[in-house]
Design a protein around this ligand. Structure first.
Ligand code: SF4
Length: 274
C-alpha cells in the first residue's frame, strides 16, 4: 500500500517504505511525489492490488461459524471469490478509466481471482493441520489485518497487511500480486521497517517477516538485529537526504523505469520538460 509522508515537527516529514523506495529508485521521482505532491497515475496494478487486499480483509472478518462443517472448504472458497467480485464491481469506474482492452482486463480479473483462490487453498491446508474444527482453526489462524504503525523515534510509518501472533510466535506478512516471487532489496527494506515498527510499539521482536506472493507462495525471513539496523540506517538516510525542497537537490536517475514499451513513470511528462 502507498503511504504518504506527513509533516511533523521533529522530522521534515514522516517517511514510509514506499517513499524510501521511491527515493532509492529516483530522487526526482520522490520530489515530484512527496514534495511537489503531483498526482500519480491510476494503474491496473494499484487498483487490482487494492481490490485483492480488500477481499482478503473481508474474508478474515467473515463469521465462519455460520458455515456448515461438511462444506466449509467449498463455502469459504465461494465467500472469498464473492468478496473479490463485489470489490471488482465496486471499482468498475476506476477500472474502465484505464481504457484497457477487454481481454487485458479479463486477464487481470481472472489472474486476481486465481491468486485469491490460491491463497484460500494454502490457508485451508494450514487449517487442516490444526487438531480442531475448521471454524475454530480459522479463528485461531486469522491474522490482525491492515494495522497502521508509526515510529516517533525514527519518523517512519507503515501499514502491515497481516500480523500473525500465534503460540508466542509473531510473523508479519505483506500480500503482493507481483509477477515474480523474489524478495528484492526494496521488499526486504519494507519488511525490515515493519519489524522495526512492531518492535518499537510492542517491545517484542517479531520472529519472522515475509511476503505472501499471492500468485506463487509465501516466503519469510528471520528477524535479527542486523535487519533492524538495516531499517534504521535507511530511514535515517532518507531524512538526511530529503530536508531540502529545492528540485536541484533531487537528481534524476534515468533508467528503463522512466519509459518502457507499455507504460511510463507517473511523472515522465513533467520530468522531460525540467
Ligand atoms: S521519468 Fe525517470 S528520471 Fe524522471 S522522475 Fe521518473 S524515474 Fe525519475
Amino acid at each position: 500500500m502507498t503511504d504518504i509522508p506527513i509533516q511533523v515537527s521533529k522530522f521534515t516529514r514522516i517517511q514510509s517504505p514506499s517513499s524510501i523506495n521511491t527515493h532509492r529508485q529516483c530522487a526526482r521521482k520522490y520530489y515530484y511525489s512527496y514534495i511537489k505532491k503531483l498526482q500519480s497515475l491510476p494503474s491496473i496494478h494499484l487498483i487490482r492490488g487494492k481490490i485483492v487486499h480488500s477481499a482478503l480483509e473481508d474474508f478474515f472478518k467473515f463469521d465462519v461459524s455460520k458455515l456448515t462443517p461438511e462444506s466449509f472448504e467449498i463455502e469459504s472458497k465461494m465467500i472469498i471469490s464473492n468478496f473479490f467480485k463485489t470489490h471488482w464491481e465496486n471499482n468498475k469506474n476506476a477500472l474502465s478509466s484505464l481504457n484497457l482492452a477487454d481481454d487485458e482486463l479479463k486477464h487481470y480479473h481472472d489472474e486476481s481471482l486465481m491468486m485469491l483462490q490460491n491463497f484460500h487453498h494454502t490457508f485451508m491446508e494450514k487449517l487442516k493441520l490444526q487438531s480442531m474444527s475448521l471454524a475454530e482453526a480459522f479463528k485461531k489462524l486469522t491474522p490482525k489485518t491492515e494495522k497502521h504503525y508509526q515510529s516517533k523515534t525514527h519518523g517512519v510509518r507503515g501499514f502491515i497487511d497481516a500480523i500473525h501472533e500465534i503460540e508466542n510466535k509473531v510473523i508479519l506478512m505483506d500480500y503482493k500480486t507481483s509477477k515474480k516471487d523474489i524478495i528484492t532489496e526494496d521488499y526486504k527494506l519494507q519488511l525490515a521497517i515493519y519489524a522495526l515498527l512492531y518492535q518499537e510499539t510492542h517491545n517484542i521482536l517479531p520472529d519472522e517477516v515475509g511476503i505472501n506472493f499471492l500468485k506463487f507462495n509465501e516466503q519469510t525471513i528471520k528477524v535479527d538485529q542486523e535487519l533492524l539496523e538495516f531499517a534504521k540506517k535507511e530511514v535515517a538516510l532518507i531524512h538526511e537526504k530529503t530536508t531540502s525542497t529545492d528540485m536541484k537537490d533531487y537528481p534524476k536517475t534515468i533508467t528503463p523505469l522512466c519509459k518502457w514499451h507499455s507504460g511510463q513513470c507517473d511523472y515522465y511528462n513533467t520530468c522531460i520538460k525540467e
